[in-house]
Design a protein. Structure first.
Length: 344
C-alpha cells in the first residue's frame, strides 16, 4: 500500500466510526455491551468517548497535518519491520495510536492484546480490514508475544516495565511505565474551567495516564466550587468496581487517621504524591510557582501532562477539559514513534 492508500483507509475508518456512533445500530451496540460485560471498567459511555477521539484523529485534515510534519521517507521504509506492540488495558483501545503509527509507516503490526481490552480490538481491526483487505497481511492480534518481531513498543505498570526491559531490551524498543497527570490551579478558574477539569479528573474513572490525579492549589484555596463541579460524576457511586475502591480507600484513610474531604464518591487528600489510587485525588498547597516547578521537576519521569487554565513559562500545559483528547502529534511520554521507526 502507498502512503495515500493507508491514509485513505484510516479516513474511511474514521467516517465509519462516526456513522456508527451517531446511528446507534444494533450490531455496534451489541459490541459495546459485550465489551462492558467482558470488562466493567469499559462502560458504553467511555467506549464511545474513546472511539469518538479516534474518529477525530482520522480526518483528512488531521492525518495530513500529522504526516506532513515528517520527511516522506519516514513512510517509505527500506525494510518492513514487524513491530510487536504490548498494549495496556486501562482504558479502551489505549494502544490505537501505536497501531496507527506502525501501519501509517508501512510496517507490520503485531498487537499483544491486554486481557481486559480485546473485544474492541477485534472490532476495529476487522473494520480496517474490511475497508482495505491488504491490511490482512499487516495486522495480527495475539495473546502472547514471544518471537517474530524486529522492534517492540510496550506499555504497562511500573512493575511490568521492568519485565519488559528484561524480555525486550535487546530489540529496538519504546518501553513505557505508568504515568499520571497533574493540574495547577491559581484560584481564579471559572466555573466552566472547573467543570472541564472535572472531566480531566474523572473520565475513564481516573485510570488513564492522562487522568489528573494530583492538584497543586494556592494556600487557603477554597475547594467548594471544585467539589460542586465534580458532582456531575456522582453516579460513579453506582459503579460497583469504582465504589469498592472508594469504600476501601476511605476505610484505609480512617484507620490511619488521615484527614480527607469526602464528596460521596471521591476522596480529596493532601498528599505530595503524583499518583493516587482510583477514587482518590491528591492535592498540595503552594506558596509560589517555584514550589510547583520543583515538585514537578522531581517527578518529571512520572508526569504525562500538566493541566492549567493559563500558560506557565517552565512547562507545556493542556487547557482544562483537554487532557483526555490528545492530538495525533501528542506522543505518550514525548517519544516520537514515527522518528523511532525511521532510526531503526
Amino acid at each position: 500500500m502507498t502512503l495515500n492508500e493507508r491514509i485513505d483507509a484510516f479516513i474511511k475508518l474514521g467516517k465509519s466510526l462516526k456513522v456508527r456512533l451517531e446511528k446507534h445500530d444494533k450490531g455496534f451496540e451489541n459490541i459495546l455491551q459485550k465489551t462492558y460485560e467482558h470488562n466493567n471498567w469499559f462502560d458504553p459511555a467511555h467506549c464511545r468517548l474513546a472511539l469518538r477521539n479516534i474518529a477525530e484523529w482520522l480526518t483528512p485534515e488531521n492525518l495530513n497535518a500529522w504526516t506532513e510534519k515528517y520527511d516522506h521517507n519516514c513512510f517509505l521504509p527500506l525494510k518492513t519491520l514487524r513491530v510487536g506492540v504490548v498494549m495496556a488495558g486501562n482504558i479502551p483501545l489505549v494502544g490505537f495510536h501505536d497501531m496507527l503509527c506502525v501501519l501509517i509507516c508501512g510496517h507490520i503490526f503485531i498487537g499483544k492484546l491486554a486481557s481486559d481490552d480485546n473485544v474492541l480490538w477485534h472490532f476495529i481491526t476487522q473494520e480496517l480490514k474490511d475497508i482495505n483487505p491488504d491490511f490482512e497481511q499487516v495486522i495480527f492480534l495475539k495473546e502472547v508475544l514471544k518471537e517474530g518481531f524486529d522492534a517492540v513498543i510496550a506499555t504497562g505498570s511500573n512493575n511490568t516495565s521492568r519485565y519488559f526491559y528484561y524480555y525486550f531490551g535487546r530489540y529496538p524498543h519504546i518501553i513505557r511505565h505508568h504515568r499520571n497527570s497533574a493540574a495547577i490551579l491559581n484560584g481564579d478558574e471559572s466555573l466552566a474551567q472547573l467543570d472541564a477539569l472535572a472531566d480531566d479528573i474523572c473520565l475513564y474513572y481516573g485510570r488513564g495516564c492522562r487522568s489528573v490525579s494530583k492538584l497543586f492549589v494556592p494556600q487557603n484555596y477554597n475547594f467548594e466550587n471544585l467539589i460542586k463541579a465534580l458532582q456531575k460524576y456522582a453516579h460513579f457511586s453506582n459503579h460497583y468496581k469504582y465504589f469498592s475502591n472508594y469504600e476501601y480507600n476511605k476505610a484505609l484513610l480512617m484507620i490511619n487517621k488521615v484527614p480527607f474531604m469526602d464528596t460521596g464518591f471521591m476522596l480529596l487528600v493532601e498528599n505530595e504524591a503524583l499518583a493516587s489510587p482510583v477514587s482518590v485525588l491528591n492535592y498540595s498547597f503552594y506558596k509560589n510557582m517555584d514550589e510547583v516547578a520543583d515538585a514537578l521537576q522531581g517527578q518529571k519521569d512520572a508526569l504525562q501532562c500538566c493541566v492549567a487554565a493559563t500558560e506557565i513559562s517552565w512547562h507545556d500545559v493542556v487547557l482544562p477539559g483537554h487532557s483526555q483528547s490528545p492530538l495525533l502529534w501528542d506522543y505518550a511520554d514525548n517519544t516520537d514513534t514515527i522518528r523511532f521507526f525511521s532510526k531503526i
